[in-house]
Write a protein that binds this ligand. Structure first.
Ligand code: PHE
Length: 341
């Protein structure tokens, strides 16, 4: 019996040394010191001993039990220490590594150009007037002095809806009459920013959708000098005070007289290059005095009222300012392009 006790105790110590996890430890405890464990069984076997041997055996059994319990606690502490060391090792953070910067978005170049332009006109007293992208034929053409069959309609290839009277505006001029009818009989000074659509071949210079910023001023004494003064001041503020400007006579059905405005080419400083096609000038917008017919459609008597209007393409203007070579970058969604803003 005594021998058996020592043998069990030795095996139990060996097994304890082999325990490498909390699970192992728990199993060991159950097998060895638990209610149905070996030590318990050994103490039950005491009845088979001669009465004289029992006290010595009981004493030794208690000692063994105490030793095993102590060994258990020791092993447990050891394992805990190991586990902690392991965890620290695995979760180690190298604080000297450079951080990863989260990608922050920026304004789309188009939005940025539009805002810069609108801010300049805003500083000059123009309010922003919002008008819809989908309009009837009348607002886009007829009220702008382009009755059906008018040849100028062909200048702007149009996207129609299933209803031939409803279309995607080809220019922000479509909002002119809406503004007039809302403000009449008060004077007007507004800019109309928005997307325009034309059913055209897409090239480096033309897209099927693009923004425009329309300007419209109506008052009792507005002259061509006001138009020139406003636009020259805009060009100075947007492109810089050293840019030269010029107006060329042009034609639009809804303005009379009409003009186009150029600025001196910033790439070659007027000497002539590929971008300005050797002319030294870059076209930035169309403009003119509001046609009497248009004023009348808007509710204003052209005998008493006059006005000027202009229409500019922010993408084109931005291309000139930032030296971009292809308008298709704007909707190409290439982050390498977009990130530069
Ligand atoms: N709507 C004209 C265009 O898209 C531009 C313009 C606007 C010209 C207002 C004169 C006055 O080409």
């Amino acid at each position: 019996m005594f021998e058996q006790l020592e043998k069990h105790a030795a095996t139990a110590r060996d097994n304890l040394a082999k325990a490498t996890s909390v699970d192992d430890l728990e199993n060991w405890w159950r097998q060895t010191l638990g209610r149905k464990g070996e030590v318990q069984l050994l103490s039950r076997g005491m009845g088979e001993l001669a009465a004289a041997d029992r006290p010595a055996y009981g004493k030794r059994l208690n000692e063994v039990k105490g030793e095993l319990e102590a060994a258990f606690e020791e092993r447990k502490a050891e394992l805990k220490q190991l586990e902690l060391a392991h965890k620290l090792d695995a979760e180690a953070i190298d604080v000297t590594l450079p951080g990863r910067r989260p990608a922050a978005g920026t304004l789309h170049p188009s939005t940025r150009i539009m805002r810069d332009m609108c801010r300049i006109f805003g500083d000059m007293g123009f309010q922003i007037y919002r008008s819809p992208d989908v309009v009837t034929d009348r607002f886009n053409f007829e009220y702008l002095n382009m009755p059906p069959e008018h040849p100028a309609r062909d200048m702007q290839d149009t996207f129609y809806t299933t209803d031939p009277n409803v279309l995607l505006r080809t220019h922000t001029s479509a909002g002119q009459i809406m503004a007039m009818r809302e403000y009449c009989p008060e004077p007007i000074r507004v800019v109309l920013p928005g997307m325009c659509y034309r059913n055209e071949q897409i090239t480096a210079r033309s897209e099927i959708q693009f923004h425009q910023i329309e300007g419209l001023a109506v008052g009792r004494n507005i002259t061509f000098a006001d138009l020139k003064g406003t636009l020259i001041e805009f060009a100075r503020r947007y492109f810089g005070a050293d840019r030269e400007t010029r107006f060329r006579a042009s034609y639009f059905p809804f303005t009379e007289p009409s003009a186009e405005m150029d600025i001196s080419c910033m790439l070659c400083a007027g000497k002539g290059c590929r971008v300005c096609k050797k002319t030294g000038w870059l076209e930035i917008l169309g403009c003119g005095m509001v046609h009497p017919t248009v004023l009348r459609y808007g509710g204003y008597d052209p005998e008493e009222w006059s006005g000027f209007a202009f229409g500019s393409g922010p993408e084109r203007i931005g291309m000139l300012r930032y030296g971009m070579t292809d308008i298709r970058y704007f909707w190409g969604n290439d982050v390498r392009f977009l990130e530069q803003f």
